[in-house]
Write a protein that binds this ligand. Structure first.
Ligand code: AMP
Length: 173
């Protein structure tokens, strides 16, 4: 069986959700079994001997990738969610978007002090979302080991803004 070309399976939708945005649609990637398997397999291989204690995923497309990775690594999954979704005590952070602000939350008791946390989202654009997520992980007592993405939009320079956190991405545009 031939190896799927992952970048050709990501569908570009111009002007979604607003004019000027080139939206990278991952439904065409995860809808292809061998491609989905290849993505999860590559990330699991990278982290299986990295001493990861927990995987944290960012709502909602981050959950699609973080859950199978946590399962394969044999560690717990910590959801980082939009406000009002997590039922127990949370830490909340507000962060800047291109237009306006947004908020994310983590359960206060989601991590034990010093846990090595792998943070996962589907896509790195400007880096604002994942930076907010790193702050939540640290407030909950975790140490961020690496930030992992399926897709990186390199022309936005998110990686540089996230220094000194190590950043890894599978597919770059
Ligand atoms: P940012 O905070 O700018 O790094 O944006 C990252 C978040 O927004 C991720 O959760 C992505 O799912 C989403 N996102 C930003 N830009 C795009 C894009 N061009 N295509 C798909 N998703 C995007």
């Amino acid at each position: 069986m031939s190896t799927p070309d992952l970048s050709s399976l990501i569908r570009n939708i111009p002007d979604f959700p607003q004019p000027g945005i080139q939206f990278k649609d991952i439904t065409t990637l995860i809808g292809n079994g061998p491609a989905f398997q290849q993505v999860i397999g590559a990330l699991v291989e990278r982290y299986q001997n990295a001493g990861i204690d927990a995987v944290a995923g960012v709502e909602s497309r981050g959950f699609i990738f973080s859950a199978p990775i946590a399962l394969h690594l044999g560690v717990g999954l910590v959801p980082i969610r939009k406000p009002g979704k997590l039922p127990a005590e949370t830490y909340q952070i507000e962060y800047e978007l291109e237009y306006g602000t947004s908020k994310l939350e983590i359960h206060r008791d989601a991590l034990s002090p010093g846990m090595r946390v792998l943070l996962i989202d589907d896509l790195l654009a400007t880096g604002g979302t994942i930076r907010a997520a790193t702050q939540l992980v640290e407030r909950a007592g975790g140490n961020v080991t690496e930030l992992a993405f399926v897709i990186e939009l390199t022309f936005l320079g998110g990686r540089e803004k996230l220094a000194p956190y190590p950043v890894f991405s599978l597919i770059q545009f």
